[in-house]
Design a protein around this ligand. Structure first.
Ligand code: PAF
Length: 278
């Protein structure tokens, strides 16, 4: 696996290829990331991953500094998965001058849910993804693979690609789960042993909300689901049923098969997100 730190080195490494398949990450790779890399393998003539912890998408009080950085293990896992090129820019390589030019996603999508609780988050994500796309896929276009675990992020990126007519196919990867059902996430590593046992309650609450919504829709179910988590010691930001297409609130007449239930909640100091399509 070739490792490029600078944009020039990356472009040189990719010059012989016509259609890269790209998996952007912030590192601390788990099986979910590796599944995305494996999904990318047949989708291009070279598989590229990036590792870059993007300061722009963290609020000042969030975990940018403590975000787990596991360089050696990440390289080994990517290599073993068949990744051919790793783009790992330092901050000064990707942002050699302050990134004052930013991509502002549509507030109708980006100010909901995660964007409401993490203002500016999707501007940070869209800006870095646009830049990573320019670096990795800017010469010939290609494919980019994003996990459904970050459901709203996936929709924001799809909309950005569509509205800027980028020559990029966005492919969604399914969420990988631990045997008990907890969605894999780099932030699971922050959980204590006891919190880790409790953490599955978020995915259980989402599934239960989906089942109950399927039986008899009603917004009071969302409140009941949040209260249920609160009673177990969680601090939920939202548990809500939305339309998959635009993440607007589901209406009673929306058919099962077009909906997604999304949730974000804090357990101790760790904020977890998850979702479930139904
Ligand atoms: O999903 C992530 O890991 C990040 O938001 C991404 C897409 C790599 C941008 O920093």
């Amino acid at each position: 696996m070739l490792i490029a730190h600078t944009i020039d080195d990356l472009r040189q490494a990719l010059a012989p290829y016509r259609r890269p398949a790209f998996v952007p990450t912030m590192g601390n790779l788990h099986d979910g990331h590796i599944a995305l890399v494996e999904q990318a393998l047949p989708l291009g003539d070279v598989t590229v991953a990036s590792i870059f912890v993007n300061r722009l998408q963290f609020l000042p009080h969030e975990d940018f500094d403590s975000y787990p950085r596991t360089w050696e293990a990440d390289c080994n896992r990517l290599q073993a998965a068949g990744c051919k090129v790793l783009f790992a820019p330092r901050e000064a390589d990707l942002y050699p001058e302050p990134q004052t030019f930013k991509v502002h996603p549509d507030p109708a999508l980006a100010d909901l849910l995660e964007g409401h609780f993490r203002p500016g988050f999707f501007t940070g994500v869209a800006t870095v993804v646009m830049k990573l796309f320019a670096c990795v896929l800017g010469q010939s276009g290609g494919t980019a693979v994003f996990g459904k675990k970050d459901y709203q992020q996936l929709l924001v990126i799809r909309q950005m690609v569509r509205q800027f007519a980028l020559p990029i196919t966005v492919v969604a990867g399914e969420t990988c789960r631990a045997p008990d059902g907890l969605a894999l996430s780099s932030r699971n590593g922050y959980l204590s042993l006891q919190e880790r046992q409790e953490a599955v309650a978020l995915s259980q609450a989402l599934r239960q909300l989906a089942v109950r919504w399927g039986q008899q829709p009603g917004v009071e179910l969302e409140k009941q689901a949040m209260d249920g988590l609160r009673a177990r010691g969680w601090q939920p930001d939202y548990l809500t049923v939305r339309r998959r297409v635009d993440l607007q609130p589901a209406r009673a007449e929306d058919a099962v098969g077009t909906l997604v239930v999304l949730g974000a909640a804090r357990l101790g100091a760790t904020r977890l997100i998850d979702n479930w399509e139904f």
